[in-house]
Ligand binder design. Structure first.
Ligand code: C5P
Length: 400
């Protein structure tokens, strides 16, 4: 959610200002561009040089700056317009009160007054100040202005007292920002289930039958659904990939485990996408001990696994169910056949004939086919872009 977002971070003079170094790092790691403006007293608690180094931008604190004899003006209006989101952390009682009353006696407050973007506030102060009626009233006013208040936490305070007033931890601030940005997105309130990766079908405790799927496409779909505001459940077979912490990730090994998890999650879902390369067969029996080499050949009897997406296609009531088809010949015909046989609403075809498409690569070339057989082909793109295209096609077809 924060990728490429322009964040204007306003830091005021409280001891929690030291945490803004971690906060800045987290924001940069999440792909945001961060510019920092601080009050005069914030500089007593955290070094502007540290923050400039972390944010890769000069840290601003006054209306004018004098460099090598030149007098320059820090344009608060430009900064206020530049930002996609302004975050004031820590926000002291003094700054909060000035924000509520419209006092504008420093660059940070001028930026705040000029900001056209959403404003989030992370208050931080001692417990008596935090529960003072003046602070309560101020926070109510700021909420009425439409700003998001990131609740202060409870714990040990710098004064030695114990109670409410600690600035929220940087990780919690980032999670709050992400949720805030997600709200009001096209798929907000929608539950999306995605299956991803290969499955491993055990032969004995150390061997399995598997395939070359890496899970990249399914994880990219999870990311794209998240970007559109959906709540995402990702059921993944064995892979080294990590999902965004906001994704409910269920790791499984075999097709049967994936089936059980998918069927359990299904009733709550609005959309299901089967991107997993599920093994069609599993060994009939799993040896309890490691199989010994004996004789010149070994026969394994395989039995059919349930077809997960087909089972969900048959059970669906209001859900929109999408499958994938990886084909090497008569691609369109086979894909259309699967769409019908598995009772799907749409199918995403990728042809192994296309170079740059398929397992392991970072790119893919797909064709989206819906149940009316409307065919939408896409160019070779990164899997992240392909995932956005697929989510866009699904979103267009969901009931409004
Ligand atoms: O029939 P085929 O395996 O080509 O179909 C691929 C589609 O079916 C994919 O969406 C895949 O995730 C799904 N599938 C499944 N369970 C299986 C086999 C395939 O969900 N056992």
């Amino acid at each position: 959610m924060l990728s490429s977002k322009r964040i204007l971070l306003g830091i005021t003079g409280g001891i929690a200002a030291y945490k803004t170094t971690f906060l800045t790092r987290l924001l940069i790691k999440a792909g945001a561009e961060v510019r920092i403006v601080m009050t005069e007293s914030a500089g007593d608690f955290v070094s502007p040089l540290t923050l400039a180094t972390l944010s890769k931008h000069e840290v601003l604190h006054s209306f004018v700056r004098e460099e090598e004899g030149l007098t320059d003006w820090n344009n608060h209006v430009e900064l206020g317009l530049w930002a996609d989101l302004m975050l004031i952390a820590p926000a002291t009682a003094n700054t909060l009160s000035k924000m509520a009353s419209g006092t504008c006696d420093n660059l940070l407050l001028a930026c705040y007054m000029s900001a056209k973007c959403p404003v989030l506030i992370a208050p931080a102060m001692d417990l008596d100040m935090y529960r003072h009626p003046a602070t309560r009233k101020t926070l109510d006013t700021l909420e009425e202005y439409g700003h998001g208040i990131i609740p202060a936490g409870e714990g040990e305070l710098a004064s030695g007292l114990h109670g409410e007033g600690r600035m929220a931890e940087p990780e919690d601030i980032v999670a709050y920002m992400e949720n805030y940005l997600r709200a009001g997105q096209p798929l907000t309130g929608m539950n999306i289930l995605i299956t991803a990766g290969p499955t491993h079908e055990a032969i004995d405790p150390v061997r399995f039958i598997g395939n070359h799927s890496t899970g990249k496409m399914g994880f990219a779909l999870a990311e794209a659904a998240l970007e559109l505001g959906a709540s995402v459940t990702l059921i993944s077979g064995p892979t080294h990939l990590q999902a965004d912490p906001s994704v409910r990730l269920i790791r499984v090994t075999s097709a049967l485990e994936m089936y059980t998890q998918a069927v359990n999650a299904f009733p709550e879902m609005d959309v299901v996408i089967g991107a997993a390369a599920v093994a069609d067969y599993r060994p009939e029996r799993q040896a309890r001990e490691k199989l010994k080499k004996e004789g010149e050949s070994l026969e394994l009897k395989l039995v059919r696994n349930p077809d997960i997406i087909q089972a969900l296609g048959e059970q669906k009531t209001t859900q929109y169910v999408v499958g994938f088809a990886l084909e090497t010949q008569n691609e369109l015909d086979f894909a259309k056949g699967k769409l019908q046989d598995k009772h799907l609403d749409a199918i995403v075809l990728n042809s192994l004939k296309d170079s740059g498409a398929g397992f392991g690569s970072d790119t893919n070339k797909v064709t989206f086919i819906d149940k009316n057989f409307t065919i939408t082909p896409f160019e070779l793109k990164t899997k992240a872009e392909v995932a956005r295209d697929i989510m866009h096609e699904i979103h267009k077809r969901l009931p409004k």
